[in-house]
Design a protein around this ligand. Structure first.
Ligand code: ATP
Ligand code: MG
Length: 224
């Protein structure tokens, strides 16, 4: 059973290309306010490409991506970010040459309502303890936490997380799960890409299965 109300994000017929390579062939899915929605699918299915397309960081895209009722398919990534969309890529983007604090302060606060650093420390106590560590000295789990913490500073209420559990130990995966649950409880809306189905099953309200650049199935947690 889905919550009522217009979707925050409504993707229809989304196509995307890398150069001449046609990767997304018309994807349809939506996310409602306060939901955690997960895209599942094999390696190379197009999950990351879908998130990058929504963020506007893929040049050639077609179809419709409505965010809070505004068509974003022709907007720059900067404009999309200013609407309140944030993306945490698979590569995490932690700079080895910067320390934790510098990494955390990297994004410009692009709209008001960005989470104050003190609140971020409450959610991520490890970060407060490691503020002067170099990016390289962090474990994979710490880097992932820092990457999530960083996008909270942007003030976005719609977060896209690409495989936040990839390559991490079970105990760290649990911590990340608790963090995502807390963000959901605070009213953030989250679009997650995951291959770890057990992890996603504990968090997501609904799922979409992506294959060859299309959504081929959808189901709700309640149906599991
Ligand atoms: P994974 O689970 O491995 O992260 P994915 O579902 O996220 O996979 P994408 O990264 O979206 O898959 O890739 C979809 C397709 O696009 C793949 O065939 C991939 O090889 C191709 N692709 C991805 N990035 C590029 C790029 N920068 N240039 C050209 N092709 C790319
Ligand atoms: Mg990917």
């Amino acid at each position: 059973v889905e919550a009522a109300g217009a979707p925050v994000l409504d993707v229809k017929g989304l196509q995307a290309w890398y150069g001449e390579s046609h990767i997304l062939h018309g994807m349809d899915f939506h996310v409602r306010q306060g939901e955690v929605v997960t895209l599942l699918g094999r390696n190379g299915a197009g999950k990351s490409t879908a998130l990058k397309s929504i963020m506007g960081i893929i040049g050639k895209r077609r179809g419709s991506v409505m965010f809070e009722g505004k068509e974003t398919i022709r907007m720059s990534s900067d404009r999309i970010a200013r609407l309140g969309v944030a993306f945490c890529p698979e590569e995490r983007g932690i700079f080895a040459s910067l320390d934790v604090k510098e990494n955390l302060l990297l994004p410009p606060t692009i709209r008001s309502g960005g989470m104050p650093v003190d609140r971020i420390f409450d959610l991520f106590p490890n970060i407060r303890e490691r503020l002067t560590s170099q990016g390289t000295k962090l474990s994979g789990g710490e880097q992932q936490m820092l990457a999530i913490a960083r996008i909270l500073r942007t003030g976005a209420r719609f977060l896209m997380l690409d495989e936040p559990t990839e390559g991490l130990a079970p105990v760290i995966i649990q911590q990340i799960g608790r963090t995502i649950s807390r963000l959901k409880a605070e009213g953030f809306t989250i679009l997650l890409v995951e291959q770890n189905f057990r992890f996603a099953a504990g968090l997501a309200d609904r799922f979409y299965v992506v294959e060859h650049g299309k959504v081929i199935d959808t189901f709700a947690s309640a149906e599991l």
